[in-house]
Design a protein around this ligand. Structure first.
Ligand code: NDP
Length: 448
């Protein structure tokens, strides 16, 4: 069977067996399309049924999460953990708390995580989890009771060398703290079973900043290939959460001017640049007051654009850092028409397949999430290493390692893109480089 026939058959089966899980279908399709030349060149993978095995999670756990709200009412949410692939290490991947969460979203994220973790060069398998719980508007006590109930079931499925969850949308330091406290209470053990922990109780320096910093480091490498840098470049950033915050910080440090931010209510456009006092205000607004991005516009008298994404604003660089499918084909066309030269996906799959293909055809340097945002999980890997050796590295040391890992991810994605005749196609490069290592490990370990 040709590479094309093989991937068509696999995709057809994935759609049939995972009905209605649109995001999962999309993530599989992107990877399969990139891998076609690999299957043409290496028919042995087909014999090993590598794609049949890779697209079927090793384990899917779904559970009830009951908790009591501040009015004394019982609430019931659904919890998930998809343990996708452990060929190269313990399952590793974040937990997402957002009302849109269902099995298809967790599977898409878990599937992406397999290749992302492989690209980091660290021994981590792929997994992802979460709940349809919405932390927004809940009191700290409600969030705590939810997290405790969530962990009361999840604890039996995770462990320092089994599965090590981290944060994602709706899961930051507060939620990790409540979950870790409950895990410790149940198991009477203090080990690195979650990453993103507080600095005084096993967390790694730079973990909070890592995804945003890493996405900028990846963009820096893409710019180097184009023989340019950040100085004087205009950047648009979407989102205003963890990833967006530290993307803006690093872009400012490296000389770019960031002019947009967004949340689920809309976006702000600040042509002066979100830096200095304005950046400090933004951090306080989001991290301490948990406010809405509109307040930034009110504070500094800049434009708030209700329900609008940032992509119509003219920029050189775009950093989608909010959520999946936030750049569609028309957004991509606007960015291209306005002269964008690089896009670095801080979020997971923020660009639709159609939009991705437009960027590639227009020769925009496009850093797919599984490469560009891998700095977060890489630093989680560094947190695991510190926990396992009872050590605590300095900020400088962790940042240097993160930077080195991002340079390495770029180099291996670029090398694979070159090997397959499309230098600078990082979608192809990241998928191929991430896949080959996992496939080799699966084959070496026999049929499981
Ligand atoms: P946060 O919860 O800290 O922030 C998410 C941001 O995105 C918020 O501004 C939120 O707005 C916005 N957002 C979320 N959902 C939507 C939506 N459906 N429509 C519009 N805006 C939305 O999450 P993170 O910053 O941690 O995560 C952002 C992205 O980065 C996700 O795709 C995540 O998977 C990815 N990522 C995160 C990593 C990490 O280390 N945290 C690692 C790798 C990838 P609002 O507050 O209004 O909901």
């Amino acid at each position: 069977m040709s590479g094309q026939e093989y991937i068509d058959r696999i995709y057809h089966n994935v759609v049939k067996k995972n009905q209605g899980e649109l995001e999962y279908h999309q993530a599989v399709k992107e990877v399969l399309e990139s891998l076609k030349p690999v299957f043409d060149k290496n028919p042995g993978y087909q014999k090993q049924k590598i794609l049949e095995r890779l697209t079927e999670p090793e384990r899917v756990i779904m559970f009830r999460v009951p908790w009591v709200d501040d009015q004394g009412e019982i609430q019931v949410n659904r919890g998930f953990r998809v343990q996708f692939n452990s060929a190269i290490g313990p399952y590793k991947g974040g937990l997402r708390f957002h009302p849109s969460v269902y099995l298809g979203i967790i599977k898409f994220l878990g599937f992406e995580q397999i290749f992302k973790n492989s690209l980091t060069g660290l021994p981590m398998g792929g997994g992802k989890g979460g709940s349809d719980f919405d932390p927004k508007g809940k009191s700290d006590n409600e969030v705590m009771r939810f997290c405790q109930s969530f962990m009361t079931e999840l604890y039996r499925h995770i462990g320092g060398s089994v599965d090590v969850p981290a944060g994602d949308i709706g899961v930051g330091g507060r939620e990790i703290g409540y979950m870790y406290g409950q895990w410790k209470k149940i198991t009477q053990s203090f080990e690195g079973v979650l990453t993103g922990k507080g600095l005084d109780w096993g967390g790694s320096r730079i973990r909070t900043e890592a995804t945003g910093y890493g996405s900028v480091y990846f963009a820096q490498e893409m710019l180097k290939v184009r023989e340019t840098d950040f100085k004087g470049k205009i950047a648009t950033v979407s989102g205003s959460g963890n990833v967006a915050q530290y993307t803006v910080e690093k872009l400012n440090e490296l000389g770019a001017k960031v002019v947009t931010l967004s949340d689920s209510s809309g976006s702000i456009y600040d042509p002066e640049g979100i830096s200095g006092e304005r950046f400090e205000y933004f951090l306080e607004l989001k991290q301490l007051r948990r406010g809405r991005i509109k307040e930034y516009a009110d504070q500094f008298g800049v434009e708030f654009r209700p329900n609008k994404r940032p992509w119509d604003i003219k920029c050189d660089l775009a950093f989608p850092s909010a959520t999946q499918n936030e750049i569609d084909a028309s957004d991509a066309q606007m960015l291209i028409d306005n002269g964008v030269i690089a896009v670095s996906e801080g979020a997971n799959m923020p660009t639709t397949l159609e939009a991705t293909n437009l960027f590639l055809a227009a020769n925009v340097s496009f850093g797919p999430g599984k490469a560009a945002n891998a700095g977060g999980v890489a630093t989680s890997g560094l947190e695991m290493a510190q926990n396992a050796s009872f050590s605590h590295w300095s900020r400088k040391e962790v940042n240097a390692r993160l930077h080195e890992i991002m340079i390495g991810i770029h180099a291996s994605a670029y090398a694979a893109s070159k090997e397959y005749g499309q230098p600078g196609n990082y979608v192809l490069g990241a998928n191929v480089a991430g896949f080959k290592k996992v496939a080799a490990a699966m084959i070496a370990q026999g049929h499981w």
